[in-house]
Design a protein around this ligand. Structure first.
Ligand code: HSE
Length: 340
């Protein structure tokens, strides 16, 4: 039996609870942001403390935004998951492999998993959720969509009872940053993209952002929580901003509108229709005022009408904070089980 499932009567009731061991995979922009939030806010996790035991990276020698104690950094892929002290595995490496292999291994080893990896969740979310249920562990990925906006929490929690008609929004910070800089500063596409990369908003291969793929992965994940079922990424009608020109942006402006990359999922009979494409947004649309790396998501519901969620959609601290929120939720759950 995993130590988190041990009954409290098995332990000395007066002893402080053992810290929850965490293994972090990936220490780039989001990983470094998470470590900073972790160090600042660890006590918010609840009745348990957190111990960052392993940070697994591709290149140990690389200069990073955060330093780690000796022995924490490693390149070993699966051994940190097998460390019996580790109860939470945080996957922030992105892409399908080796992320999929390590998440499957962690769930099958009885470890809770937190991920911000849109690619692996959009492709394998159904399998990973079912593995988590089978192994009676948590699989959380609130940071995968909307950065710091707790949109998945809202859909899974307070809005769970609401029939959702449609969900629509700006879910990629990089493209919104590029379009804003081109429109407001006259910056070239290339210079705006380089700036988005320098700010840590873009994916390692920014074509995932500009092609609309990142937004498509996010609308698949949003659709799962809005409509209750997993849909295929192949079903998203996809157009990126790679062919958007300064002339297109000027033409939008001349019409009193703004050009945005908009992701949309809606029910059409029994079908879920999904689309990501540049769209003209008028000033009376809540998406019009969303600038730079900000994201916004508009949910049209049956009983509550239209709900708008907005906030920073990319960047080290907003994304790190969203990952921390999932870690804290797991820690509270573990503390609750220990106390029951
Ligand atoms: N590249 C992503 C974006 C990062 O720009 O939105 C956050 O998911």
């Amino acid at each position: 039996m995993s130590s988190i499932l041990r009954r409290s009567s098995d332990r000395d009731a007066t002893a402080p609870p053992a810290p929850l061991g965490v293994a972090l995979y990936g220490c780039g922009t989001v990983g470094s942001g998470l470590v900073q939030v972790l160090r600042a806010r660890e006590s918010l996790a609840g009745r348990v403390s957190l111990d960052l035991l392993h940070v697994v990276v591709r290149d140990i020698a690389k200069r990073r935004a955060v330093a780690h104690p000796d022995g924490v950094l490693s390149r070993a892929l699966l051994p940190p998951i097998d460390d019996p002290r580790v109860q939470i595995v945080v996957e922030l490496i992105g892409g399908i492999e080796p992320a999929h292999t390590l998440i499957v291994h962690a769930l099958n080893s009885g470890k809770h998993v937190i991920s911000a990896n849109k690619a692996v969740i959009a492709a394998h979310g159904a399998e990973l959720e079912s593995l988590a249920a089978q192994n009676r562990v948590l699989f959380k990925y609130g940071a995968a969509v909307g950065g710091a906006i707790p949109i998945l929490h809202a859909l899974r929690g307070p809005l769970r009872h609401e029939p959702v008609r449609s969900i629509r929004g700006i879910v990629n910070g990089t493209t919104n940053y590029i379009l804003t800089q081109m429109a407001e500063q006259g910056t070239s596409f290339e210079a705006a993209l380089a700036s988005a990369q320098a700010h840590g908003f873009a994916e390692p291969d920014p074509f995932a952002d500009v092609s609309g793929l990142d937004a498509a992965q996010k609308i698949v994940i949003l659709a799962r929580h809005a409509f209750g079922r997993w849909v295929s990424l192949d079903d998203v009608e996809l157009t990126g901003i790679d062919r958007v020109s300064a002339d297109d942006i000027r033409a939008a402006h001349a019409e009193g509108a703004s050009l945005k990359l908009v992701a949309d999922a809606r029910m059409d009979g029994d079908r879920i229709r999904m689309k990501v494409a540049p769209a003209l947004v008028s000033p009376n649309d809540p998406l019009y005022a969303i600038r730079n790396e900000m994201n916004a998501i508009v949910i049209d519901t049956e009983f509550s009408g239209s709900l708008v969620f907005a906030g920073p959609g990319a960047g080290a601290h907003p994304a790190g904070s969203a990952v921390f929120s999932d870690i804290a939720a797991v820690a509270r759950r573990v503390a609750g089980r220990r106390g029951s």
